[in-house]
Structure formats: structure tokens, C-alpha cells
Design a binder for this molecule. Sequence first.
Ligand SMILES: Cc1cc2nc3c(=O)[nH]c(=O)nc-3n(C[C@H](O)[C@H](O)[C@H](O)COP(=O)(O)OP(=O)(O)OC[C@H]3O[C@@H](n4cnc5c(N)ncnc54)[C@H](O)[C@@H]3O)c2cc1C
Ligand code: SF4
Ligand code: SF4
Length: 469
Amino acid sequence: MTNVAAQHDHTIVNVVERNMCVGCGACGVATDGRIPVTIRPRGYYEADLTGASEADLAIGSRVCPFANESPNENEVADPIFGDLPHDDRIGHYRSLFAGRITDDAEIPRSSSGGLTNWTLSQLLERGLVDGVIHVGDLDQPMFGYVVSTNPQDLRNGRKSKYHPASFDEVLRSIRGNSKRYAFVGIPCAIKAARHVASEDSVLGEQIAYFVGIVCGHLKTTAYPESFAWQLGIEPSDLDTVDFRIKDPELTSRQYKFGARAKSTGEWKEAQTLSLVGGSWGHAVFQLNACNYCDDVFAEAADVVFGDAWLSKYEIDWRGTNVVVTRNEVIDDILREGARAGAISRDDLDPDSVARTQAGNYRHRRDGLAVRLADDEAAGEWTPSKRVHPGYDHVTPDRVDLIRKRRQISEVSQIAFEQAKESNDLQVYMNAIKPLIGAYQNETKMSFPIRVRNKLQRESWKLLRRFTRN
Ligand SMILES: Cc1cc2nc3c(=O)[nH]c(=O)nc-3n(C[C@H](O)[C@H](O)[C@H](O)COP(=O)(O)OP(=O)(O)OC[C@H]3O[C@@H](n4cnc5c(N)ncnc54)[C@H](O)[C@@H]3O)c2cc1C
Ligand code: SF4
Ligand code: SF4
């Protein structure tokens, strides 16, 4: 550890030195741009602390989601939602349910059940906010934070952007304009934006609602580039992508990835799971920050939307959201929507909600404990987490898998950079395929479990067909 880091134990200096910056932009907003947050050659945002004063480092550390100086998820959420029931996996909750919009003509344009866009549109149309701060299309990079002030612009920004984004510029651009906003973000962005709002009373007044999105991990810009390249579109020729194309002939999990070439305008598609790195479990291009995150259901958000990954819902190509509400106004809006028939709603219990993200908990809770223990054993600084370092909760095979996954994330970033430099996709493929192969061998489900899952899916399909006719 350098002298600078020793003086700043637990601060954003440690966070950036250990490559744990998620590029959220909170330190940039809180210091009015004196800490720039810029995109790096490997395709992720990172704070640039060169030239930051002691005072700016202190402010940045109070808002950074990974610095120990900032409050953790419980410390943010308890004062706001403390009256509501609490589950360690989910955070506080008012309602728990699975659902989707009932307009089947619109559902293909959303990633999952479309309830994120539907709820944001309601906030806008009811005049509860003047605008929505969310991740939409840009020219360069492809996606980033934008402000939508009308439902059409908001609709144009639907679907998940598995792409880094920094809210620094957007929050500074709206600061002090006397308008109210809903802020949309993955859990670390929500926590960071809450920190900014409590540090800065002007933005604190302006951000009226925090709308969370469940998150497994975040990818660098190499993720869409690597897929497009596999489809024959080189990174320099990549115009835009769609991460979640639905197919009525398949299940909601079997979504496709699509990409358009700048030079020809040609659109190409493939099932995401058929592409190298297409399984989320392999964690290609995962940011290092995500190795240190334990918040799955955006515990500081007023409401959070994810995919209801339960076989009952998974078999439906339209996609189904899992929803956790915490804010009363948003809860009422969703209840009214269900009564009016605009959305469907199946109430769930906490265990079912947690089961929708089973893999996520294995990575973010069990895996985090192992990674923290590994780092401590190596004498590395780690942020304080709500998960304690240790190995006892998992088998030695699982420890090995957790380490293999971490290696895939690291190697994928380095190998793809080399592939781009040598203009040869094979450089990446040759490095990553053996690692994914070894990981895949260890995670192969046993025959009885594969049969059980298949039977479960087939029986839900039959039931669905029967109840539709
Ligand atoms: C990086 C990432 C990882 C995810 N991991 C998981 C997971 O492990 N498990 C799971 O169940 N769900 C995960 N999701 C959420 C899931 O992909 C859907 O986004 C979610 O279910 C909402 O679907 P919807 O149909 O309601 O959204 P839509 O109606 O399509 O609306 C999506 C809204 O979210 C905004 N948005 C999209 N991407 C971002 C972003 N990166 N930051 C801020 N706003 C954004 C859009 O602008 C739009 O307003 C992840 C999402 C992201 C971005
Ligand atoms: S506040 Fe966000 S951008 Fe700044 S150092 Fe922390 S994670 Fe990085
Ligand atoms: S896993 Fe955590 S740190 Fe990583 S992007 Fe998702 S919410 Fe942020």
C-alpha cells in the first residue's frame, strides 16, 4: 500500500487504487466536477483522483458506494423504510409480487415485464415528477444517463443496458433547475445517488423517487463489442445493439442479442446463450467493483424491478418482473394499475422473491465472503461489507468455482483489449474459451436436477396452454 493510501484508509483513494471504482459519478457530482469520472481504454468509467484536494477526497469518500466513510445500505434504508418489514436478502419491503404490463403489443419493447417503464411513465403522466433520469441511447459511447421529460422519450429508452454509465454530467446539468425527477439505477447507483442527495440539499429536493433495477453485475463496453464481433461486426464498425430481443417461440430466458453495423446498416442477431460469454454465470467483462457488492434488490430504492426467474414465469416469452415496493405512492400506483387491468400481479412471499435471484446470492453473498477472505489472506485492503470473510459456508469445490469466475472476469478484459489491438477476435477466443470450458465442466448440473428442471418447465408450459384455451 502506498503512503497516499495509508493516509486514506477506507476512502475513495483505496477504492480507485484497488480498481473497485464502479464509475457511478457520485464523487464527480459532489465535487462539482473536480473529480472527473472518465471512460478508460478497457471500457469502464473510473474516477480520476489526480489533482483532487484533501477536501474533495473527503467529500468524494462520503458519497462513494465502496468507501467505508459512506453509510452502507442498511444505514441508508433504515431511516427511510424502517417501519416496513425487513428480510436480509431483500431489504425492507411493502409489497412483493411478480407481474407484467398486459398490453402484449408493447411487451416486446421492454426487457422483462415492462413494469419499470410503466411505473416511470405513471410518475411522469401524473405530474409527480418533471423528468426521469435513466440510461438511454447515446452516440459515443452507445449508452449513458439521459433525462426524459415526456413519455415518448422515456419509452424510447426501454430495455436493459448492460453497459457502464456515469450519472455525473446529467445530475450536474439538472442541479438547481427547480424541477423534480425520478432517478433510475442499479443498486450501487441508487445508493450513491442517495448519498449525493443527502450531501447536497438542492439535489436532495430534486430527486423525488429512486427507482432501482436488480443487478447481477455490470459489464465493460467490451461485452456488446465481443458479441457483435462474433456476429461479424468489428468493434470500430459497431453502431448499436439490443441486449434483450424476445422470441415468442422460446422461453423468456432464451432472449437474443442484436447488433447493427455502421458501414452497411445490416442488423444481425443470435441467441445470447449461443455466444461465447453469453451466460451471466461466466461473468465475462464483469467490473472488479462487482466482486465487492452485496446489494441485490437495490435496498435504498423506493421500488425495484428485476426478472422473475422462476420456472412458472420463465417459460413465458413475454417476460415477467419481480417487484419489491417500499414507497407508498409507488405501491398505490401499482395496485391501481392491477385493479384497472393495465398490469398483472401475483403476490409473492420473501422466499420466492429471493429464489428469483438464486445465482445472484451465490455470487454476491457466498462468493463475496470467499473473495474477502482471499483478499485478506493476501494482505489487500477490502471495503467493509455486511458479509463476513470466510470459507466455512461453502464446499471446497464452490471456493474453486468462485475463484475461477473471478479469473474469467479479469482475463476477458485483458484478452479482449489485446484482440482489439491486434484486430483479431481469436486472441480473445483462445484465451477465454478454455477458462469458460473448465468453469462449465464444474457447474454442470447433475442428471436428476436437469430432469427435475425440465419437468417443472414442461408442466408449467402445459398448464399455461390449458388455462389459455
Ligand atoms: C447491469 C444490469 C444487470 C442486471 N442484472 C439482473 C439480474 O441479475 N437479475 C435480474 O432479475 N435482473 C437484472 N437486471 C434487470 C433486468 O435486466 C431488467 O432491466 C429489469 O427486470 C427491468 O425490466 P423491465 O421490462 O421492467 O424494464 P423496461 O420496461 O425495459 O425499462 C427499463 C428501464 O430501465 C432503464 N435502464 C436500463 N438499463 C439501465 C441502467 N444500466 N441503469 C439505469 N437505468 C437503466 C431504461 O432506461 C428504462 O427506463 C439487470 C439490469 C442491468 C442494467
Ligand atoms: S463515487 Fe463512484 S465514481 Fe467516484 S470513486 Fe466511488 S465508485 Fe468511483
Ligand atoms: S453488482 Fe453491485 S457494484 Fe456491480 S454494478 Fe451491480 S449494483 Fe453495482
